[in-house]
Design a protein around this ligand. Structure first.
Ligand code: H76
Length: 482
């Protein structure tokens, strides 16, 4: 009897175990394939010409400009410790005082053409401009709010002349737009009551109207850069945001939208509940750069970077480490080597002029770009092992390989590891293509490029031409027996 019972228990446990195992398998399968209505709508990179062009930009400029540029991080003799464009959120400055800065917005030094020329001389191939930051102030005369340039002493549109001036320099424009809007009474951090819900419905219509307005007024804009999308109220709008995205893409075929715009129906942002990126490029690389190609999961991406630690809008007193020309060039090279674009931020002053420090950086980067941009534009990940001297990039059209050198080896020997069955055909300095550098094979498909006495004041570029001609290396190399 006892034995029978034992048998029964055993059988039961086996059955139970089975159920547990199968349901675990099911749930792990389900984990990879949740049915999503508002998740990612495309797997893999876009292949159209607009996106291909975006991918090849290499270097961009970000502009943060708005009412916050007037106080410049300082109010009534006191300095705000946060980012200057967030000063309205500071207790030290009354909200109404901030909002009335609109009556002081009269940038007499503003010159759209001068800004565009600065960007062009830096070597930027696209610009992202704040049309409206979190404060809600619109740099274009929006029909849907009074809080715009039209009601400032300046009166005129800022975005139109900027789009025109940058486009005239051959620079593509992306419109930055903050969903979060501190000026709109219907905006909410979260929706907790029926009243919140009613208000936020109005806010959604307002947001939609403004976005359609921007795309209609500035049809040459290539994309939208969304921000302020992290609060619960917006994260809950998966269906609305998805529909709006579809509407905008229909209105402007080819429109580029990053991963920061909408959440899926489970509230997942950037990457949906199945891990697929939402939008055309990953928009999470803010003030940080990936270290290795695996970090970007085969996606398009751009990195947006401030000159000091975290100041986007104009701050009179930049604090902490201020990035140098060489550092910014290195960041550009690193981004391109990992298949991304590097976007450097500028925060023009309240009067419309660009501060001297930023003009100097633009000039410094630009003088390097004039010589070396061939290794940046239309370049991306080279598929080669990273080496200590710097970064490899590869031109996606010509397949030319570049070595962007930031750390000069004391030996003067630059290590290069090529894939099997490839060989270096020629190596030369980008600046002196006529004289080939001496190369030496040191292991199968591994080489030294010998370049002695290269003065190390500026990063420089070595061009590498490779051949796929397989050559037998005979018995020169024998693996160590250990
Ligand atoms: C937080 C935040 C915002 N995102 C950056 C791009 C800046 O606009 C900053 O204020």
């Amino acid at each position: 009897m006892k034995q029978l019972l034992n048998k029964k228990i055993l059988l039961l446990s086996i059955l139970l175990l089975n159920v547990v195992v199968t349901s675990a398998q099911n749930s792990s399968e389900a984990k990879n394939t949740i049915e999503l209505k508002h998740g990612s709508h495309r797997i893999g990179k876009r292949t159209d010409t607009v996106m291909k062009k975006w991918r090849g930009y290499g270097l961009g400029q970000f502009i943060h400009w708005g009412l916050y540029a007037i106080p410049g991080g300082e109010w009534n003799g006191k300095t705000y410790n946060g980012a200057a464009e967030w000063i309205r959120s500071w207790d030290g400055m009354p909200k109404s005082t901030y909002d009335s800065l609109i009556y002081r917005f009269n940038p007499t030094q503003f010159n759209a053409v001068a800004w565009a020329i600065t960007a062009k001389e830096m070597g930027a191939r696209y610009v992202t401009i704040t049309t409206k930051h979190h404060d809600g102030f619109c740099l274009w005369p929006s029909k849907y709010t009074k809080y715009t340039v039209a009601n400032s002493p300046y009166k005129k549109d800022i975005i139109g002349p900027l789009v025109k001036a940058y486009n005239a320099e051959g620079i593509d424009v992306i419109l930055y737009f903050s969903i979060m809007d501190w000026n709109n009474p219907n905006w909410r951090y979260d929706i907790k009551t029926e009243a919140d819900s009613l208000a936020f419905e109005k806010f959604k219509t307002f947001t939609r109207n403004q976005l359609i307005e921007l795309l209609t007024l500035y049809p040459t804009a290539k994309g939208l850069w969304f921000d302020g999308t992290w609060d619960k109220a917006w994260v809950k709008q998966a269906a609305f945001a998805d529909e709006l995205e579809t509407e905008m893409r229909k209105l402007r075929p080819g429109l580029i939208i990053g991963s920061r715009f909408r959440a899926d129906e489970y509230g997942k942002r950037h990457f949906d509940s199945n891990g697929a990126m939402m939008g055309d490029y990953e928009q999470g690389w803010e003030r940080k750069i990936p270290n290795k190609i695996d970090d970007v999961h085969g996606n398009d991406w751009d990195c947006v970077m401030t000159v000091p630690e975290n100041q986007w809008g104009y701050n009179k007193a930049w604090k902490g480490h201020i990035k140098t020309v060489n550092e910014l060039i290195e960041m550009t090279a690193k981004c391109v080597s990992l298949g991304g674009n590097f976007v450097l931020n500028f925060g023009p002053k309240g009067d419309g002029s660009i501060r001297q420090e930023e003009l100097d950086l633009a000039k410094g980067i630009g003088s390097w770009m004039k010589v070396n941009s061939e290794a940046i534009y239309n370049c991306g990940y080279a598929g080669l092992e990273k080496q200590d001297w710097g970064f490899f990039t590869k031109n996606t059209k010509t397949n030319k390989l570049y070595m962007l050198v930031f750390n000069v080896p004391l030996s003067g020997d630059y290590r290069v590891k090529l894939p099997a069955r490839t060989d270096i055909a020629k190596a030369y300095l980008l600046t002196t293509s006529s004289s080939a550098l001496r190369t030496e094979e040191i292991h199968p498909n591994e080489y030294f490029i010998h370049l002695k006495n290269e003065p190390g004041k500026k990063p420089f570029v070595i061009v590498l031409e490779s051949t796929s001609a397989a050559k037998g290396s005979g018995n020169v190399y024998e693996k160590a027996k250990t």
